[in-house]
Design a protein around this ligand. Sequence first.
Ligand SMILES: Cc1cc2nc3c(=O)[nH]c(=O)nc-3n(C[C@H](O)[C@H](O)[C@H](O)COP(=O)(O)O)c2cc1C
Length: 204
Amino acid sequence: MIRINPEEISERENYKLLTGTVIPRPIALVTTLSEEGVLNAAPFSYFNIVTADPPLISVSIQRKKGIRKDTSRNAIARGEFVVHIADEGYVGQLNATAASLPPEESEVALAGLTAVPSERISVPGIAEAKVRLECVLEQAIPLGGTAEAPTVDMLIGRVVRYHLDDAIADERYHIDAAALQPVSRLAGASYSKLGELFEVERPS
Ligand SMILES: Cc1cc2nc3c(=O)[nH]c(=O)nc-3n(C[C@H](O)[C@H](O)[C@H](O)COP(=O)(O)O)c2cc1C
């Protein structure tokens, strides 16, 4: 086995090791509204469930030279955002939203995605996604760096409304993973589709 001390390697090398080994990572396409009302969208793969009781999810957003990205700035200012699960149907458009646009320009328009109003929050979602989670900001936790200059904000969102495409869910809330066609992120520009499914019985 190769043994590595993270304190002896660079930030870039730690990034390569983590994004290459913690795979596949689910991808959240997050929409937010700026104070001027511009609809922002960007993908994030440092994304997961925190707990189902209450329904909380987390998204970690790096700061760029100490400055928050539009998504974390808007989500913290407004206290609301929408998380969409990446799927094969719109992965090309999702990738286009990762463009670094100035705050007054919308990645949604750039990518040719369609905004759809939310029910419980003021931030619209994206119609192309098969899963939309309307979220209110539960907590924004600054982490990394120093207390004065954190390097990342972990957003904890509470899901206040689920929107599910009819084709992926039944009345008992079972989700058909094959119909959802989720896309996940590996290292660099690599993505993966759902592979072979199999079941393992839990020990009693
Ligand atoms: C598939 C994918 C996953 C990404 N995951 C993250 C992530 O977890 N955290 C992060 O800070 N940036 C991530 N990025 C980069 C952001 O999407 C990118 O910085 C984007 O421009 C931020 O947009 P904003 O300034 O509108 O918030 C990812 C990019 C791609 C394409």
